[in-house]
Design a protein around this ligand. Structure first.
Ligand code: NAD
Ligand code: WQD
Length: 341
């Protein structure tokens, strides 16, 4: 079976995707510099799948090291490119670092793809490219809005770089996957999200508050123009998201696409408010989440959820998990982390 290079494969979404790739019979080489992940993730992947992917502790921006990877694994047929820095707030403080990491990684890959005749790449994009959409749910034809952070801008620029590269070289096949809000953890609770320090994202903050590691969740605003006043997002189970990557790779390898760049929204099609998430979490886990309403967070989008019909129809992929199952998986993962500590 084909070998897939997974950059950032030790990270949150990457590790879940590696599991699904291995379970589907693919060979995998992970390239990750462990800047936002831990080497123990490999154990979790091994325990879940009974298989051991190759792992290279290499920085994707290092051309020489990456060149060695392409030479060593000469059977790579496709790349899934997760490796990136992803903290929105940090990107505002350290824009140059974000542009360097997120853009150089992609440029290095595209250069080496040409040298080593690797033709297929799946790129981790984000619903952040839509900003606050004019029409909801948002589909792939919606306009790209000015980025609200350097991080968001790296996603827009990388999408453009891939489009230009694939326009110039029709041998390049690319799938741009725009994720909505990935949450939850593998049902085994052996892999999951490992937030660094105080979490910025909602779900890790909720689970850490429920576990007593944080005193109170702060809900950023209840005066938005939404039914309960809190912001609305499309929360997608990370295992469902991971499965979409396997389908996208398969489709590329089989050359099923009509154009050499395709873009898909990966979301559930359902928007949930922050308060709905918190109340559902409390209901399914039976654990309290103390919270207070505080001022709006700067740069937050009021509401966004996906129109996933293109991915449903073209990829034959649909988000399966209920929000209850997803939230419970996030809690099981938090409990697992507590046992490890
Ligand atoms: P993550 O931080 O858990 O995983 C990213 C991995 O890439 C980490 O293991 C990190 O060590 C590695 N990495 C970073 N820079 C690297 C480099 N230069 N060389 C090698 N490895 C490097 O993040 P994630 O949540 O799994 O996100 C994966 C991708 O999906 C990212 O591109 C992110 O921007 C994108 N994305 C994430 C979300 C989200 O909410 N989690 C939403 C939309 C898009
Ligand atoms: C969700 C909702 C918050 C924390 C960000 C990036 C986006 C991305 C995913 C990458 C919002 C509210 C949160 C808290 C809260 N990924 N919230 N209290 O902002 O939708 O997206 O992460 O591409 O680019 O912008 O996700 O999880 O931070 O917030 O009330 O402590 O939860 O205001 O409404 P967001 P999030």
């Amino acid at each position: 079976m084909a070998r897939i290079l997974v950059t950032g494969g030790m990270g949150y979404i990457g590790s879940h995707t590696v599991v699904e790739l291995l379970n589907s019979g693919y060979d995998v080489v992970i390239v990750d510099n462990l800047s936002n992940s831990r080497v123990e993730v490999l154990q979790g992947i091994g325990q879940i799948t009974g298989k051991h992917p190759d792992f290279e502790n290499v920085d994707c921006t290092d051309y020489n090291e990456m060149s060695n990877i392409f030479a060593k694994y000469s059977d790579i047929q496709a790349i899934i490119h997760f490796a990136a820095s992803k903290a929105v707030g940090e990107s505002v403080e350290k824009p140059v670092m974000y542009y360097r990491n997120n853009i150089d990684s992609l440029l290095t890959l595209l250069e080496l793809m040409k040298v080593h005749k690797v033709e297929n790449i799946v790129f981790s994009s984000s619903c952040t490219v839509y900003g606050q959409p004019d029409i909801l749910p948002v589909d792939e034809s919606a306009p790209i809005k000015p980025a609200l952070s350097p991080y968001g801008n790296t996603k827009q620029i990388n999408e453009e770089i891939i489009r230009d590269a694939a326009y110039a070289d029709k041998n390049i096949h690319a799938v741009l996957l725009r994720y909505f809000n990935p949450i939850g953890a593998h049902p085994s609770a052996l892999i999951g999200e490992l937030p660094n320090g105080i979490p910025n994202n909602l779900l890790p903050y909720v689970t850490q508050t429920a576990a007593g590691l944080r005193q109170k969740l702060r809900i950023f605003g209840d005066d938005y123009n939404t039914p309960d006043g809190s912001c609305i997002r499309d929360y997608i189970y990370v295992v469902d998201l991971a499965k979409a990557h396997v389908i996208a790779v398969q489709r590329m390898l089989e050359r099923k696409a009509e154009t050499n760049v395709e873009v898909f929204n990966l979301g559930t099609g359902r928007g949930l408010s922050v308060l709905e998430i918190v109340e559902t979490f409390k209901k399914v886990t039976g654990v309290d989440v103390p919270y207070e309403i505080v001022a709006r967070r700067e740069g937050d989008i009021e509401q966004v959820w996906a129109d996933p019909r293109k991915a449903n129809a073209v990829l034959g992929w649909k988000a399966q998990a209920t929000v209850e199952e997803t939230l419970l998986s996030a809690w099981r993962w938090q409990e697992h982390l507590a046992q490890q500590a």
